[in-house]
Ligand binder design. Structure first.
Ligand code: PLP
Length: 384
């Protein structure tokens, strides 16, 4: 009999059979670089050298693949290392890609400052407007359409199914950065995307204690090419980082449910607050992507951005005034974080088409008691 295990079961068991030798219930940290061969080429379980493969990394990769409903995942030292490996593999100098008008600043920097020098050209497209993406695809042969949804930090929603159709008709691949949603809330491959990118640093790891990235792919042949580049260039996740990430993944569903509940309450409170000019959260019916988000996501995620009527200096002051929301970059951990994207995570896109409003604050809403979080925000905004 074969079983079709649910998401929560896969998060705890996929790739994580008890150790065959000792019965250890959790995959051990294989802190090794090399493996004894039984005669030249006689590998045990295919392990030869830990850049090529390591059992703790394999456990994480098998689990991530199962969670995204894919045959294969690859784990990297960071989200950026994953993106770099992907672009080197699927693009060649002279190719053209479409990048979203809102995205993690580091992703845009990779296109604009690193791959541009390699000969990869890009156009910025409003990724929430499929008609505009189609128009751009008609202008020029394109290799990759890159999407984030929800986007960082403006929480835009891209229609994955419609983008996949548009990309495929034009002979392009659709890449979806699923970091904000996590596989618990959204599974882009099932909607037609070709590659999923994660910064596992965020919700998958979930505890602000490890940096990592992943690529998840539906096509085994593409997975093989990516694995070749990963081994050739070496940006792999180490065994301890893989173990920490896998430990985080086990509680992903429980954490995400709570993140989403708290974020919705925070968004609703801010929407009523007199100091706030706009709340950006796809769970609010007023959000332009609400319906699409409802269709393609289980819930709306833990990130809430908002703008202050009083402008940039008030936003900067509010960020420094919270007690529980810690002022810092990153997101997706159990603890709440607050930041000013224009001066922090998105400083690198100042002056570019991805520049973000200076009165914007981004919250990563944690899983603390939500009443405490609401009180903290109210006091931080009290004289804004
Ligand atoms: C949406 C998104 N993608 C990719 C990255 C890059 O990941 P990393 O910081 O793990 O390299 C980030 C980092 O903040 C991100 O927010």
């Amino acid at each position: 009999m074969t079983y079709q295990d649910g998401f929560e079961t896969l998060a705890i068991h996929a790739g994580q059979e008890p150790d065959p030798v000792t019965g250890a219930v959790v995959p051990p940290i294989y802190q090794v670089s090399t493996y004894k061969q039984d005669g030249v080429g006689g590998l045990r379980g295919g392990y030869e050298y830990s850049r090529s493969a390591n059992p703790t990394r394999t456990a994480l990769e098998q689990c991530l693949a199962a969670l995204e409903g894919a045959p294969r995942a690859l784990a990297f030292a960071s989200g950026m290392a994953a993106e770099d490996c992907l672009l080197r593999t699927v693009c060649s100098p002279g190719d053209h890609v479409l990048v979203p008008d809102d995205a993690y600043g580091g992703t845009y920097r990779l296109f604009a400052r690193v791959f541009a020098g390699w000969g990869l050209t890009h156009d910025v497209v409003p990724i929430s407007h499929v008609a505009a993406v189609r128009e751009q695809l008609a202008v020029r042969k394109t290799t990759v359409v890159w999407a984030e949804t929800p986007t960082n930090p403006l929480l835009g929603i891209a229609d994955i199914r419609a983008l996949a159709e548009a990309a495929h008709e034009a002979g392009a691949l659709l890449v979806v950065d699923n970091t904000f949603a996590s596989p618990y809330l959204q599974q882009p491959l099932a909607l037609g995307a070709d590659v999923v990118v994660h910064s596992t640093t965020k919700y998958l790891g979930g505890h602000s204690d490890v940096v990592g990235g992943a690529l998840v792919v539906a096509d085994p042949e593409l997975a093989e090419r990516l694995a070749f580049t990963q081994n050739a260039t070496g940006g792999v996740a180490g065994p301890f980082d893989s173990w920490l990430t896998l430990r985080g993944v086990k509680t992903l569903a429980a954490r995400m449910d709570r993140h989403c509940r708290n974020a919705m309450r925070v968004a609703q409170m801010l929407a009523e607050h007199p100091a706030v000019s706009e709340v950006l959260y796809p769970g609010l019916p007023s959000h332009p992507g609400h319906k699409t988000a409802q269709e393609q996501m289980r819930a709306f995620g833990g990130i809430v951005s908002f703008r202050l009527l009083a402008g940039e200096e008030a936003a900067v002051r509010a960020c420094a005034r919270t007690r529980l929301f810690t002022l810092g970059e990153s997101l997706g951990g159990v603890e709440s974080l607050i930041e000013h994207p224009a001066r922090m995570t998105h400083a690198s896109v100042t002056g570019s088409p991805l520049e973000v409003p200076s009165d914007l604050i981004r919250l990563s809403v944690g899983i603390e008691d939500c009443d405490d979080l609401l009180d903290d925000l109210r006091q931080a905004l009290s004289d804004s």
